[in-house]
Structure formats: C-alpha cells, structure tokens
Design a protein around this ligand. Structure first.
Ligand SMILES: Cc1cc2nc3c(=O)[nH]c(=O)nc-3n(C[C@H](O)[C@H](O)[C@H](O)COP(=O)(O)O)c2cc1C
Length: 161
C-alpha cells in the first residue's frame, strides 16, 4: 500500500502541531507515518511514496535534528526515490526562508518533486523567553497544514503524483 511519511522536528511544539495537523488531514486518504526526525530511518524513506518534512528554523538554518535526519539518510536512499512527491513546512520566529531553502536543496539532490509550495509559519517570538516558551499554533494555520496533508495524501492515493 502506498504510504505518506511525515518527518518532523520541534523544540517548542510549533512544528509538532503542524506535522500532527498534516497527518490528521492525510490519514483519511492514505496510510500515514508520522516520525520524529531522530527516529526516522532510510528504510522509512524508501518505504514511502511521498513525504512531508516539517521543522523549525534555528540560527538561520534547518534545525539540527532535522539536518541530522537528512545527513543520515541522504546517501542510503540516493538514486532510489527519484521523482517522488514532497512538500515542506517550517515553523519560524520571524523568517524561515533559509530553512525552507535548505530542505528544497536537499530534496533537489534526491530528485524529489515539490508538489505544493512550502508553508512557513512565523510565531513572532522575539525575546529569549518567548522563543523558548511552548508554542500554540492558531487553528487557521493548523487548518492550512491539514489541507496540505490531505492534498498530498489524496494525490498519492489517486495516483496523481
Ligand atoms: C536556538 C534557536 C534559534 C532560532 N533561530 C531562528 C532563526 O534563525 N530564524 C527564525 O525565524 N526563528 C528562529 N528561532 C525561532 C524558532 O524558529 C521559533 O520559535 C519556532 O516556533 C520554533 O519551532 P518549534 O516550536 O517547532 O521548535 C530560533 C529558535 C531557537 C531556539
């Protein structure tokens, strides 16, 4: 059975809520695996027909554990997942573009196909206290993540991708 893999990392809960919302949207359409980045393996990547990657931007870069997931899995799956569809979501304080660019470059290396534009959500946390505080993503934003998950899952289930 075709399966969607959602890999996420989150320090303060924002990206986790986004990934869970995408999984909620996807599950009605297709088997969906939601994996924390530090538990996701090359076998998970090979076993999926499509992907959603979701992580925070930290220090103008993809967060460390998400980068580690890509570092661990990059060569074991290189050349074996070409053409598969993906989308990405970023949780950021005020920017998020660099993290999205990094993921897009890695996905280009894997020859994945971006089938939806990235969702970049800014929590507008500015002070150290606000940045380190647990995040609550607004329902309207979670709804966008749910829609993204459902769109990709429906496309996979119908064989559109
Ligand atoms: C160490 C650290 C570095 C950060 N650097 C950035 C940054 O470069 N750009 C940005 O927009 N947000 C930055 N942030 C803010 C986080 O992206 C933001 O708080 C986001 O909600 C984190 O997602 P999470 O709740 O899934 O961990 C940083 C946060 C931390 C803890």
């Amino acid at each position: 059975m075709r399966r969607l893999l959602i890999v996420f990392h989150s320090r303060t809960g924002g990206s986790r809520q986004m990934a869970e919302a995408a999984a909620d949207g996807a599950r009605a359409e297709i088997q969906t695996i939601l994996r924390p980045a530090d538990q996701a393996t090359a076998e998970d990547v090979l076993a999926a027909a499509g992907y959603i990657f979701c992580a925070p931007e930290n220090l103008a870069a993809l967060s460390g554990p998400m980068k580690d997931f890509f570092d661990r899995c990059y060569y074991p799956v290189l050349g074996r997942i070409e053409g598969r569809p993906y989308a990405q979501m970023v949780c950021a304080g005020s920017d998020g573009e660099n993290a999205a660019r990094q993921t897009a470059r890695i996905a280009t290396g894997w020859r994945l196909r971006e089938v939806q534009p990235p969702i970049i959500l800014c929590t507008h946390a500015q002070t150290p206290e606000a940045i380190l505080a647990p995040k609550t993503i607004a329902e309207a934003d979670l709804s966008r993540c749910r829609d993204l998950g459902q769109t990709i899952a429906a496309g996979l289930a119908m064989g559109v991708f």
